[in-house]
Structures are given as C-alpha cells and as structure tokens.
Design a protein around this ligand. Structure first.
Ligand code: F6P
Length: 535
C-alpha cells in the first residue's frame, strides 16, 4: 500500500459522514457506547460523543493498522532509532518499568542504570527529608527551588500541583521564566541556609535555565559560607560535565534517549521525589507502567491511546478542525493544558515526513485549555456557538484528593458534553421564550441568539481519584496518543528543530544590543523595534 492508499477509506468516510449527527449514532448502533469506551490503567474513556459514525470509526482503525501502529510501537519499545533525525532511541517506558525489565537503547542495555539512578534519587530524597543531608550550616532543608524550562519544568510542575495535598515534607517552588521576577517571587521569604536549588536541564545549555541558575548561585553565595555551599546546588542533566563545571555539588543523570517532554519519569522529577517522597514517585511510575502495559497489550480497537489518537486525526484531518480544547475538572490538573501544549505541539507540529518529504495532510492541531469550570466562563462561548467546531476533552476526577465531593465540578463537565452534543434548536429556544412570557417581537429577535447548533464532539476521561497512579496513567496515555499520531502521520515526534531558529536569532539580537546598534541586513521592522527598545 502506498502512503496515499492507506488514507482512502478514511477520506471516503470523511466525505460520506462529515455531517452525521452524533446523537443519532446511538440509535443507529446500539453497541456504540461499549465500542467507543474503554477502561485502561484506572482511567475510563468515553469517546462515544466524538463525531464518528460506526463506519468512520472502523475506517480510522483500518488507517491505524495500515499505517503500522503495532510495528511502530514495537520499534519504540525495542529501543530502535525512532528519533531518526538525531539517531536516538526513545525509551521513556524504560524509566517506569519494573525491576525485572530489560530495555535496550540501540542495542545497549539500559535498565540497570535506570534502577541505579532511581535508587540514588530515593536514597538522597530520604536523607534530605529526614534532615540527614543538610546544608552548609548544618540546618535541614525546608524548601526546594526547581529551575528548568519546557520539558524540564512542565511535567514536574503538573506532578507537584496534582499531588501537593499528599502532605509534602518540603515546600517546592518552580522557576522557568528568564524574567527576573519569576526568580524573585520564588525566593521571597526563603532562607539560603534551608534552601536546596535543583537545576534541571537535559543539555545544560538552555539560556533561560542557566541565567536563572546564575541568579540562584549568587543568592546562595550572598547568604552562605563558601565551605559546603555546593551542597545547596544540585544538577539534573544528560550533560553531567557541564553541570559540574557550572558548580553543582552533585548531579543526577539521564540519557539522550529520554526526550525532554517525555522526561518527568527520570531524575527530572527529583525535586518532586524529595518533596513528596519516593513512594509517591513509585506510585506515579506504577500508573504509567500500567498504561504502558495496556498500550502494548490491548487490541487496537480497545486501546486507549490509539482511540484518542484516532479521534484527534478524525477531527483535525477528516473534518478540518485544527484546534482542540482540554478542560480538566480538577484544580490539581490546572497546568495540564500547558503540559499537553509542549507534549503534542512540540512533538507533532511538523511539516515533513520522517524522510523529509513535505506532509500532505494536517498534523498537530492547536491545543489549548483552562481548568473547568474557569474555561466555561471564558472561551466556552466560542466552543458552543462560534462558527468553527473545536473538539473538547473533559478530564474528570470523581472525588477530589482531599476528600471533597467532586460533583460540583463533574456535573459541569457532563453538562458541557451534553450541551455540545445536543445543542438547542430554534424551536426549543422559541418555546422557552414563550413560556417565560417574552413579547412576540422579542422572541423573533432573541431565538436565533439562544440557538445552539450542537453536534460538537467531546471525549470524557474519568478517574475515581487523582492519585499518583491515576496521574501517571493519564500522562502516559497522552504520551502514547502523541506517539500513535506521529506513526500515522509518518513524522518524527521526538525532535524539535522548529524551536532552534528563534534561539539563534535571539543570540544575534543580544549581540546587537552589546554592540549598541542593529546589525546591517536586519529587516526594517526588527531593526526599528530593536532601536526603540535599546532606548
Ligand atoms: O527549546 C525547547 C527545548 O529544547 C525543549 O525541547 C526542552 O524540553 C527545553 O528546551 C529545555 O531543554 P533543557 O532541558 O535542555 O534545558
């Protein structure tokens, strides 16, 4: 089959079924709910409110089979050079595998080293938590400052936000932005004697992280004796020599087969391991491992990451809907959309195939979101009545971590999914206005405004509680979903060349600032802005 051939059934289904009404499909296919929902690793997914008919659903599954999702999955778990532009294996599942695992990256055994780092992290974390590992003046650490950006920030931040109610032994603050205010706010009220700084950077070359680490280093130097000061400065990196040269007293490592946005299962989460404890981290890994097992073992038609990926592709490519909103109905998941923006858009925002040919289909949509119910009071107006259809994803926690009832939250999520699918006809709107005693001339004017087109798709993901296990499963679900999309689109989901050009140009502009004038050859707009900003 050629590249084009594998899409034939999908395109035919899209042409035929694009206007099908979602709600009518339940009667047309009595098994729809069972067919389009799945239990996986403590999560329940309902994709029956997606826009697909049964035939379209089957066409999507045929596409997944023809695109070689199963073979792609075997290549990933087999440690082959899935990241072909950098010649690297992609083995984040190895980071959360059990003690008896035996993963190989490009043929090299890696599971032993994974266990060693995990053990070293746990030992160090326990020592810090118990006050055995102290700072320069012998006082126990009370606060961690985690410095990192992108994949070295977003994953641990989601973990911390979600699991903070589990009684952390230390406080934890994050700094990502190069704006000095971010660091200043993090350091407010902190005592250098009781503060442990964790600098997280895979490359240890990232401008923002190194600038913030310099500020933290100076802050420690101003408040601590020189002897033992490096005990306050820990590096987490795949470039330990650079971290040591920077002044980190100790480093925890991970390898180049861990992509930045897939790295939260590694030492990148050291600050969470220290604050929340190794047991909590083990629970997170166990949840992700359960999702790995599901992804490897479940048939494609009942495979949660595969179905999520197919719903995405059906919307973005089949039905031309180039955005998706994610609404977690849990305060602990308030940064989920930011995490997914990097995971999905940095992985799959690509315009060429793995071999460099231009893509001819859509790839990653714009992903955005806010916690429910906040988003409902902001951009959901557009989701309900705007002319573009934006698929929605609701993540529901039945009972919140601190035991509070989740109903006020999830009742809203259910209502949103229902409203999006059912809508409200003009006749219904008129009847309501009439029942409310509205004057006839006002009814004529208002009914159109109170009409909802409906037939707008959504996926609902449910977990009983937000625990380390369910959180791990949820984040691994999204990782594998992103991977499956990449296999079907035949793109490399594990490089990110698109972020490089801006970095290079920013350096050149800073050089112009040092030189005091825009360099020749700068375009007129940028030269003008630079001149204005230099004052
Ligand atoms: O610029 C993007 C990026 O390279 C991401 O892929 C990565 O997660 C982030 O920067 C941080 O990189 P590092 O961990 O090397 O500091």
């Amino acid at each position: 089959m050629t590249d084009a051939d594998i899409w034939t059934g999908f395109d035919a289904a899209a042409a035929r079924d694009a206007d099908a009404r979602i709600v009518d499909q339940f009667a047309a296919d009595p098994d729809r709910l069972a067919r389009m929902s799945v239990e996986a690793a403590g999560l329940y997914l309902d994709l029956s409110k997606q826009s697909w008919t049964r035939d379209a659903f089957d066409a999507c599954l045929d596409l997944a089979r023809a695109a070689g999702v199963e073979a792609g999955r075997a290549r990933l778990f087999g440690g082959e050079a899935v990241n072909n532009t950098e010649g690297r294996a992609v083995l984040h599942p190895a980071l959360r595998a059990g003690n008896d695992a035996d993963f190989h990256a490009l043929g090299e055994a890696v599971s032993g080293e994974v266990q060693e780092v995990r053990q070293a992290m746990a030992t160090f974390a326990e020592a810090v938590r118990a006050g055995r590992e102290t700072g320069a003046t012998g006082r126990a650490f009370q606060t961690l400052v985690h410095i990192g950006i992108g994949g070295s920030d977003l994953g641990p931040r989601v973990v911390w936000d979600a699991l903070k109610p589990l009684n952390p032994a230390l406080d934890l603050r994050f700094v990502a932005n190069i704006d000095p205010r971010d660091m200043a706010e993090a350091l407010t009220d902190l005592d250098p004697e009781t503060t442990l700084v964790v600098v997280v950077s895979k490359t240890f070359t990232t401008q923002e992280t190194l600038a913030n680490a310099e500020v933290a280093k100076a802050w420690l130097a101003a408040g601590l004796p020189e002897t033992g000061r490096d005990k306050h400065f820990i590096g987490v990196t795949a470039a330990p020599d650079r971290a040591a040269a920077f002044g980190c007293g100790r480093t925890f490592g991970f390898r180049d087969w861990v992509g930045g946005r897939y790295s939260l299962w590694s030492a990148v989460s050291l600050s969470c391991v220290i604050a929340l404890g190794p047991d909590v981290f083990d629970g997170l890994l166990a949840g992700a491992r359960a999702m790995d097992d599901h992804f490897v073992e479940a048939p494609l038609e009942q495979n949660a990451p595969v179905l999520m990926a197919l719903a995405q592709i059906w919307n973005v490519d089949g039905l031309n809907r180039p955005a998706r909103t994610v609404a977690p109905y849990a305060h602990g998941l308030r940064r989920l959309a930011a995490f997914l923006q990097q995971l999905e858009m940095e992985s799959n925002g690509k315009r060429v195939h793995r071999d460099g040919r231009p893509v001819t289909r859509q790839t990653c949509p714009v992903v955005f979101g806010e916690p429910g119910t906040n988003g409902q009071h902001a951009f959901f107006q557009q989701i309900h009545q705007g002319p573009q259809v934006v698929p929605a994803e609701f993540v529901i926690v039945a009972e919140t971590l601190d035991g509070a009832a989740g109903a006020p939250l999830w009742s809203n999520a259910l209502a949103q999914g229902q409203a999006l699918m059912l809508g409200k006809t003009t006749d219904q709107a008129r009847a309501e206005l009439e029942a409310a005693g509205t004057a006839a001339e006002d009814i004529d004017q208002l009914a159109a405004h109170k009409t909802f087109p409906g037939n707008r798709p959504s996926t609902t993901i449910v977990m009983e509680h937000l625990t380390p296990q369910t959180l791990g499963a949820l984040l691994a679900l999204y990782e594998h979903k992103t991977f499956v999309e990449g296999v079907i689109w035949d793109i490399n989901s594990f490089d990110q060349w698109g972020v490089e050009l801006g970095k290079v140009l920013a350096k050149a502009i800073l050089a112009d600032v040092s030189a005091g004038a825009p360099s020749s050859g700068l375009d007129p707009s940028t030269a003008n802005l630079l001149t204005r900003l230099m004052g």
